[in-house]
Design a protein around this ligand. Structure first.
Ligand SMILES: C[S@@+](CC[C@H](N)C(=O)[O-])C[C@H]1O[C@@H](n2cnc3c(N)ncnc32)[C@H](O)[C@@H]1O
Length: 197
């Protein structure tokens, strides 16, 4: 469905603009944060799929001056802050050295709002988002500290259960979360993986 003229989209997009965020997706992260308090002052946060920048902007507000947020996306961001570093890169080409060159070995929290360009064909979009979710998991194996958490967007579909099981191999506790700020009928979900083993 096109977002133009969609009252749901218009409501959240308008609210994001009023609050000074570049995208309405910020409300989903706010809901996750309200419930689970995953972002904390002083944290080093990696934000995968960061463009246009609303998750990174929100994370910077919480981590504060002792923290750091690193965003990665193929597309540029519309946000800047002295707490924020942006790498314009494909996540499949991202290496630990890219982060080391910024002086960061490990993150306290990894967020992934990575999403493929949707085709409208449910299974195709699901499988493409599954690849991105598994890439976020792969990166967390080397870039997330022990005990750290991972938040990953995925479009619901037949692979969800096996993806969840894959996450469960590396985290103590894994939940599936559907924010209310998600469009009605949307297949978007978030895998919340707590406490890396
Ligand atoms: C829903 S948007 C993220 C919105 C962002 N969280 C915000 O609040 O502003 C999904 C992003 O994933 C990015 N993306 C998709 N595949 C990618 C890849 N392979 N490497 C890097 N970024 C990718 C897209 O460019 C897009 O900006």
């Amino acid at each position: 469905m096109s977002s133009k003229g969609n009252p749901w989209f218009d409501k959240w997009a308008k609210l994001a603009k009023e609050k000074g965020y570049p995208a309405r997706s910020v409300f989903k992260l706010m809901e996750i944060q309200k419930k689970y308090k995953l972002i904390r002052p002083g944290f080093r946060v990696l934000d995968l799929g960061a463009s246009p920048g609303s998750w990174s902007q929100y994370a910077c507000e919480i981590v504060g001056p002792q923290g750091k947020v690193v965003g990665v996306d193929q597309q540029p961001v519309k946000f800047s802050s002295k707490l924020f570093v942006f790498l314009q890169k494909d996540v499949f080409a991202l290496t630990p050295e890219d982060l080391r060159s910024l002086g960061i070995e490990e993150f306290d929290l990894i967020l992934s709002d990575l999403a493929p360009k949707t085709t409208g064909i449910e299974i195709t979009d699901h499988l493409r988002s599954t690849e991105l979710a598994l890439r976020a998991l792969e990166l967390s194996k080397v870039l997330l500290k022990k005990g750290g958490s991972l938040v990953v967007k995925i479009f619901d579909g037949p692979e969800l259960l096996s993806v969840r099981r894959e996450f469960e191999k590396f985290f103590k506790n894994v939940k599936i979360f559907k924010p209310t700020a998600t469009r009605k009928g949307s297949r978007e979900l978030f895998i919340l993986a707590f406490n890396k083993l």
